[in-house]
Design a protein around this ligand. Structure first.
Ligand SMILES: C[S@@+](CC[C@H](N)C(=O)[O-])C[C@H]1O[C@@H](n2cnc3c(N)ncnc32)[C@H](O)[C@@H]1O
Length: 544
């Protein structure tokens, strides 16, 4: 299921699938299995009706080349559209954060094609409009059906999901769908080089193609290759097979690791990329199932574990901008950024912070692995003008926002549904010496309902009484489907809202529901997905 492409909503036992590129419902069916219905309804929020009437943000921008000189032009188009869409909220000046014009994606996933004897990387282009036929010498840019490629599907934690539509790709294009009319179904694109991806990712692609091509053990029934790189130089490659993997495969993969370690980026970083083999009900890790990223936010470096198959922000450079922006908007004392009146009042309870932990083992190990120095002592809240009270964060993933923002709050309560992301978040809190976060593995809908009723759950043990929390700020960073009605209702209970969104349409619809109580105080666009029509947004709202 491509969650970034389809939104499924539930009503009276029905499940409605909606193509985000065409807001009309495309499929409605009754699910016999209540269990399946509940799972779908719990992980996917409804598409608000307003989307169909909003100015379209889904028409692709007419950029068909990766010519870097086009970058600013296409970004301006997106910015223009974004401003039009949000003008009804009378937002302040838009803060725009650009991407590097090439080599910005840290991860990519390819189907492997071996039909012609040689190993080829394939992506599938589901773009709504055909790109002009490329000449063999001029690489073209495909409109992706989603901003992140298959890894966005991994929000549900299924790394072995089949490769989704092509992400932004500058590919030498051959085969089905090139030239002439557009055939039905996704267009198959052979990817020789991938200049939107990091340089290290391109180096790894080259070696995997060569080594797997030469090794029957690595090649046999290989159907997909996923690459994940970082700014730190740490990297991992996941090879997916239609067969059981044994010790022979592990030996061949060790040889592959040697070759990957000899690539320029890995050698310069002194790091040996990890190789992971996956097949049905099987996962072999050489020697880890994650990478350690190093992000610079607000003048400080943070370590971030990114687990294989779990969500991580694809554009690391832009991610750093997003985090610095969110750190900034939540740093200021209440009122300083308020354009609207109505201070919500101070909380009068108190929740004692947990005792500071001594330098934890994970932190020491991670810092040593990345040769970090000088900032292992944890955030110094005394230096910042901190926002009073506590923050609730929904959809926290691996703690990407949680870790740097915790310094701005007395306490943070964070929830996330994916098991591997929660595990990574726990690691990241410890590795960065953050001790004032309560983290629960829960669906946001379940948390919202529990909070509304001031109820209890086993997974909330240790949180303490609701009355003792001073939750004044909420940060949400939902999937493309946006927030469900229940969570939108929850937003209204907060004085300050930070809403990070990779889908301006659903963000816009959700904001309409709270526009009477909250106004936009800061508004930002982060160009995570250059050369596509997708745009990441950040909105900081305060109570009127
Ligand atoms: C766009 S990602 C953001 C993650 C994180 N904030 C970051 O910056 O990396 C959305 C996250 O929401 C999680 N998620 C999806 N549906 C959820 C739900 N119903 N309840 C809680 N988390 C959910 C996904 O696993 C994913 O980690």
């Amino acid at each position: 299921m491509q969650l970034h492409r389809r939104v499924i909503s539930s009503a009276a036992g029905q499940v409605r699938a909606v193509d985000l590129l065409s807001p009309a419902p495309v499929k409605t069916c009754n699910f016999q299995s209540r269990k399946r219905f509940e799972i779908m309804a719990s992980v996917i929020a409804p598409l608000p009706e307003e989307t169909a009437t909003s100015p379209s943000f889904v028409a692709p921008i007419a950029v068909t080349s990766v010519d870097e000189s086009q970058y600013k032009t296409q970004l301006q188009e997106k910015i223009k559209k974004l401003k039009e869409l949000f003008c009804e909220f009378n937002p302040p000046e838009l803060e725009v954060f650009e991407s590097p014009p090439s080599h910005y994606r840290m991860r990519a996933e390819f189907t492997i094609d071996q039909r012609n004897g040689e190993l080829q990387y394939i992506m599938f282009d589901n773009s709504p409009l055909p790109s002009p036929p490329p000449s063999s010498s001029s690489p073209t840019l495909m409109y992706p059906s989603g901003p992140g490629g298959a890894n966005e599907d991994a929000e549900g934690g299924d790394a072995a999901a089949s490769t989704s539509a092509a992400a932004t790709t500058a590919a030498a294009t051959r085969g089905v769908g090139v030239g002439g009319g557009r055939p039905k179904g996704p267009r198959r694109v052979v990817v020789e080089h991938f200049p939107v991806a990091s340089r290290q990712l391109n180096e790894l692609m080259e070696v995997v193609r060569r080594e797997c091509g030469q090794s029957p053990e690595l090649r046999n029934r290989l159907f997909q290759a996923n690459f994940h790189t970082t700014l730190s130089g740490d990297a991992m490659v996941t090879l997916l097979y239609h067969r059981k993997l044994g010790p022979e495969w592990a030996a061949a993969a060790e040889h592959l690791r040697d070759a990957l370690a000899a690539t320029p980026s890995a050698a310069a970083a002194g790091r040996r990329p990890h190789v992971i083999g996956r097949s049905r009900k099987q996962k072999l890790e050489l020697d880890a199932g994650f990478v350690l990223e190093r992000l610079r936010v607000g003048g400080r470096e943070y370590i971030q574990k990114q687990a294989e198959g779990a969500f991580s922000q694809p554009n690391a450079a832009v991610c750093q901008h997003m985090l610095s922006w969110a750190l900034d908007v939540t740093r200021t004392k209440p009122g300083a950024q308020r354009r609207f009146g109505g201070e919500g009042g101070d909380g009068n309870g108190s929740m004692p912070l947990g005792a500071p932990t001594a330098a934890p083992a994970a932190a020491a190990a991670a810092a040593a692995a990345l040769e970090l120095g000088g900032n292992g002592g944890g955030p110094d809240a005394g230096e910042a003008e901190t926002t009073e009270g506590d923050m609730l964060e929904l959809y926290c993933g691996n703690g990407n926002f949680t870790v740097p923002l915790a310094q701005n709050f007395r306490r943070v309560v964070a929830t996330e549904v994916s098991k591997s992301s929660v595990e990574a978040a726990r690691f990241n809190l410890e590795a960065n010496s953050v001790t004032n976060v309560f983290l629960a593995r829960m669906a946001s809908e379940e948390f919202a309902e529990t909070m509304r009723t001031r109820g209890s759950r086993r997974r909330l043990e240790g949180l303490g009484p609701w009355e003792e929390l001073r939750l004044r700020t909420i940060l949400v960073d939902p999937p493309r489907a946006g927030l469900d009605d229940f969570t939108v209702g929850l937003l209204k209970e907060f004085d300050r809202i930070v809403y990070i969104s990779c889908n301006p349409e659903t963000l816009h619809a959700n904001l309409r529901a709270i526009a009477d109580t909250h106004g936009i105080a800061r508004f930002a666009a982060f160009d995570q997905f250059p050369y596509t029509h997708h745009l990441e947004c950040g909105v900081y709202l305060v109570r009127r």
